[in-house]
Design a protein around this ligand. Sequence first.
Ligand SMILES: CC(C)(COP(=O)(O)OP(=O)(O)OC[C@H]1O[C@@H](n2cnc3c(N)ncnc32)[C@H](O)[C@@H]1OP(=O)(O)O)[C@@H](O)C(=O)NCCC(=O)NCCS
Length: 209
Amino acid sequence: MVQRQDATFTEWRAESDSPRAQSTTTNRGQRQIMEISIRLARSSDLKDYTNLLQKTYQEAYTNKKLGLTQNLFSREVFSTKDTQNYLKSNLRQSAKQKTWLVFIGSKLIGSITAANKENECELKGFYVATKFQSRGIGKMLFKHAFDFSKRRDMVLDLYAHNRKTINIYRKWGFRVDKKKGVIYSHWPEWPEGLRAKRIYMRLSSRTSA
Ligand SMILES: CC(C)(COP(=O)(O)OP(=O)(O)OC[C@H]1O[C@@H](n2cnc3c(N)ncnc32)[C@H](O)[C@@H]1OP(=O)(O)O)[C@@H](O)C(=O)NCCC(=O)NCCS
């Protein structure tokens, strides 16, 4: 029988797309309830999408011990032609690829891209603005990607020092794909010789039994 193997994952699928509203604090310290909305990305989202990813990369991936300083994920690095082309390609919708964006009011606070290949679905550009993390928004985005994957294995790669997110994926049933080994990232703008280790993870669509 073909079924998802992770019980926790199945449980949350039964929930609605909660949360639909988030409380935020205004400059004056007042609590406000803001509506959350989710929609497919458009090419005109590029500027906000770039800002979301740039800030979240900088906050999530900077690591002194590894030599990954803030300026390696600066606005300048994100505005290079190569990076802009990569981001634009994520915003392109097709029968095989979809990107969803989450907004609070008109502010973009989260994104996910799912790209279906023959046997697997690749997850890319999965980011929730730091201030809004750990409130269920990532799970809501992931549900869209999961449904789109139509029972394919889900695969992704991420920085090996990103322990928090590795633990989130493990909770959802992903496991490190040891067969694929590791890769080392080096962005052209980084100092020569600086590399950051990345690992692959996979959510298998079949039980082994
Ligand atoms: C990964 C990310 C998109 C998840 O979004 P999020 O809104 O923070 O996730 P959620 O609030 O929906 O939490 C998802 C699950 O992780 C758990 N979780 C949240 N914060 C956690 C933490 N610090 N440690 C362990 N588990 C955590 C939640 O309890 C929830 O568990 P559940 O599914 O059993 O309910 C977001 O944290 C992020 O942008 N991280 C930095 C960038 C990144 O690593 N992106 C992924 C690149 S591959």
